[in-house]
Design a protein around this ligand. Structure first.
Ligand code: SAH
Length: 351
């Protein structure tokens, strides 16, 4: 069987090359083709000899070439593309590319499915299947880099906000971010990376110990204890007040501002009282609230509040000196909320 060399370190690649009888410096060349030029076909690596290419073809393969594009949806404004990727083992994950005025950012998945069972989310409809590997996380970025070559552009930001709970796949997620941080790959600054968690405190603590300036986002969504537990069962194990404390320590250690995500769900968590309580918790913290008008998930029965209700919520926060932004919606017309495309695809396959 061919060895998949995507995601290997340069040292590991050198070892594999030498074992095959290739010159050690060839590994560096191939590494550059893959991670600086987003070339995944050995035949296109023009500084290699025909014999070397044949040897590589015979023994190695590269994950981006083994991933099948199952679906692609582009928003009508052309700013958002969502891919449903078929992994070599038959599982599928979603990845989203967003074009902002400051560049391209990609929203990567960290697990196939999810075990957190948040009430409003489509990712966990069937639980978590498995963790993604480091290579599978890195490949999500590189598949878009390959597409952006024609525009002379590349991905400059990553948000780990796709399907899955990143803190339950810590080594692979943060390993992938470290890999993309390397000068010999994307050379992406940690400041351009964001990890979003439902509030797994040991993961937040580990990030605090690692002390890299990665942005931390907390999916809060409710600040009444029972309501949060009913929306996000993780609140039973890690109550949100402790999560906020852990996030504060992270902010103190790294200097990075925390983002609190708050989905506005009609008649569930969008009242004046909810806004008031939210600002009681977050006022004077090094934090911003990112309000997300819910992407309706038909199988879950949640709805988006009216513009008027959203405005009222924002006004109460600002009156109470709590930084807040309303998420610029991208790709609503392409089912861009977590897990929606994968769930739709699965439904269609069943029919
Ligand atoms: N498990 C991580 C990352 C994945 S979810 C976390 O919980 O943060 C990424 C964000 O999308 C979370 O804030 C999640 O709550 C939100 N989300 C999930 N379903 C949504 C929906 N239907 N509408 C809007 N946002 C949603």
């Amino acid at each position: 069987m061919k060895q998949d060399i995507f995601g290997l370190t340069i040292e590991e690649l050198e070892e594999a090359f030498v074992a095959l009888g290739l010159k050690k410096f060839r590994a560096k060349q191939v590494f550059q083709w893959i991670y600086q030029k987003s070339v995944f076909d050995f035949n296109e690596m023009r500084n290699l000899s025909k014999a070397d290419i044949a040897l590589l073809e015979e023994n190695f393969c590269l994950l981006p070439k083994r991933i099948n594009l199952l679906r692609e949806q582009n928003s009508t404004d052309g700013m958002t593309s969502k891919l449903l990727l078929g992994l070599p083992d038959g599982n599928s994950v979603e990845t989203v590319l967003m074009h902002h005025d400051y560049g391209y950012s990609v929203c990567v998945s960290s697990q196939v499915g999810c075990d957190m069972h948040c009430a409003f989310c489509a990712s966990g409809l069937n639980g978590a299947v498995r963790n993604l590997t480091l290579a599978e996380i890195v490949a999500q970025v590189y598949l878009f880099n390959e597409r952006l070559k024609s525009k002379n552009a590349s991905v400059s930001r990553i948000v780990v906000m796709g399907s899955g709970e990143p803190m339950l796949n810590y080594d692979n997620v943060f390993g992938a971010l470290d890999f993309l941080h390397l000068e010999s790959t994307c050379f992406m600054s940690y400041r351009n990376m964001t990890v979003s968690t439902c509030g797994i405190i040991p993961g937040i603590k580990r990030m605090t110990d690692d002390a890299k300036p990665i942005n931390l986002a907390i999916s809060l969504h409710a600040v009444k204890m029972d309501l949060r537990t009913s929306l996000m069962p993780v609140n039973k194990g890690f109550v949100f007040t402790d999560v906020i404390d852990a996030a504060e320590k992270y902010a103190e250690t790294t200097g990075r501002e925390i983002t609190y995500e708050y989905i506005l769900l009609k008649d569930v968590n969008d009242s004046e009282e909810d806004a008031q309580l939210l600002s009681n918790f977050l006022r004077y913290k090094h934090a911003t609230v990112n309000l997300i008008p819910a992407n309706p998930v038909p199988e879950k029965g949640f709805h988006r509040p009216s513009e008027k209700t959203i405005d009222r919520f924002v006004k109460i926060l600002s009156k109470n000196k709590t930084n807040a932004t309303v998420r610029k919606e991208m790709g609503k017309d392409i089912a861009a909320a977590c897990g929606q495309l994968r769930a739709k695809f699965a439904r269609e396959q069943q029919k």
